[in-house]
Write a protein that binds this ligand. Structure first.
Ligand SMILES: Cc1cc2nc3c(=O)[nH]c(=O)nc-3n(C[C@H](O)[C@H](O)[C@H](O)COP(=O)(O)O)c2cc1C
Length: 402
């Protein structure tokens, strides 16, 4: 099936018209085994935070302005000193290579061609080396801190050797929030050959055929790289045991020193934590609740963005993710004061539906929405967009007793 921005022409094969990110979903659902669709499309426990991440974005409105010159527009800017075509980065997402064969390489290439950063997850199928080999632009590497110090040091060294230009340390997953669907589905990479999985995959023959030719089908950064991590069947247990529950700010500072380059701290949702992140020398922080996958009941990120920005007071760059599904959402985040908006599911839907071209299409959709909405708000340059572009309901960040 081809995608197009236009209506199908009579006589041509059926065309999936992608007008917005949600248009990917029916195709994504048909193409990818249920287990991996559910893995992306879920939050922890009641999914309250997962839902509110998107509904709270919708509560903020944009201020329509008229009779302003909108010619010669640009969405180009910088994130941690890196030129970007728009203030968007691909967030680290585990198991991309299960959404589509060699999914990490496909997404990294699409991001590079578009001119936005790609972040490779520790929990990826494609390895650091695979992505480095397939791309020329430096990518960012996301680190989960592991108990095994030797393995941690080796991961950092591999990311350096691959010329990754920033280390993204994820702080909101020392213990995994429960996502009911993953338990029910028996999530694993690759899927176990149970009767249910066999039937499911048989109806997704394109996915299965792609996987047969994929370079890897299990966690490429880990299997064969850490003691005790040689058995793909035991990988998820190994990982769960390895997350470092003792992680604290001293260890964050130590990892920053080991890395020696730019560091982005991801998973900050609290003003006090944001101040600590500045103290340890973060080059940027990402206001994130892991897309509602960790602490269910936490506030949405767009609500917390203002208080975090106030706490940081310009001492470091503040980026945001969780719930961003459109260019309008990116515009709202930037107008609030974020330097960058990271997308997770918005590009995963595209990847699962159409592979690399789907990621490109997702970026195109978001860019067009961002550019047009920016113009209709009366701006020509994304770097000029500020709080005055927004209509924020009174008490939006809320008065929450601490
Ligand atoms: C399927 C899935 C897997 C993820 N895996 C990781 C990961 O390995 N490391 C990480 O730091 N964040 C991970 N995240 C969180 C994303 O980096 C990001 O914070 C989140 O997706 C943002 O929310 P959004 O999906 O609503 O855009 C994952 C998110 C999803 C949806």
């Amino acid at each position: 099936m081809r995608w197009t921005g236009h209506r199908p022409i009579r006589g041509t094969p059926p065309v999936t018209v992608i007008t917005c990110i949600d248009d990917f979903k029916p195709l994504y659902r048909r193409r990818v085994p249920r287990m991996f669709y559910d893995y992306a499309e879920s939050g922890s426990w009641t999914e309250q935070t997962f839902r509110e991440n998107t509904t709270d974005f919708a509560r903020i409105r944009l201020r329509q302005r008229v009779a302003r010159d909108m010619s010669g527009r640009t969405t180009a800017t910088e994130m941690i000193g890196r030129p970007v075509a728009m203030p968007v980065a691909l967030a680290p997402v585990g198991l991309l290579g299960m959404q589509h064969a060699d999914g990490e390489v496909a997404a990294a290439r699409a991001a590079e061609a578009f001119g936005v950063p790609f972040t490779l997850s520790t929990m990826s199928i494609g390895s650091i080396e695979d992505v480095a080999e397939a791309t020329t632009a430096p990518f960012w590497f996301q680190l989960y801190t592991m108990k095994d110090e030797g393995f941690l040091a080796a991961l950092i060294r591999r990311a350096k050797d691959a010329r990754c230009s920033a280390l993204v340390i994820t702080l909101d997953l020392q213990i995994v929030g429960q996502r009911h669907k993953d338990i029910r589905n028996g999530l694993s990479a690759p899927p176990k050959p149970t009767p249910r999985n066999i039937v499911d995959i048989a109806t997704r023959w394109r996915w299965g055929a792609g996987m047969l030719g994929a370079k890897r089908r299990t966690l490429g950064n880990i299997v064969g790289h850490a003691p005790g991590a040689d058995d793909p069947a035991r990988m998820h247990e190994w990982v769960a045991e390895q997350f470092d529950t003792t992680l604290d700010w001293d260890k964050v500072a130590r990892i920053r020193e080991m890395w020696g380059g730019k560091v982005i701290l991801k998973g900050i949702l609290d003003a006090d934590d944001a101040r600590r992140a500045v103290e340890v020398g973060a080059d940027a922080i990402v206001v994130s609740n892991h897309g509602g996958r960790q602490l269910d009941g936490a506030l949405s990120t767009i609500r917390m963005l203002g208080p975090v920005l106030d706490a940081v007071g310009g001492a470091t760059e503040v980026h945001v993710d969780s719930g961003i599904r459109s260019g309008q959402d990116v515009l709202k985040a930037v107008a609030m004061g974020a330097t960058g908006a990271w997308i997770g599911r918005a590009f995963v839907y595209g990847l699962g539906a159409m592979g690399g071209p789907g990621v490109t299409r997702a970026l195109e959709v978001i860019h067009k929405e961002l550019d047009t909405s920016m113009a209709l708000c009366g701006y020509r340059d994304i770097r000029d967009v500020g709080r005055e572009a927004l209509l924020v309901p009174e008490g939006f960040s809320g008065r929450w007793e601490g």
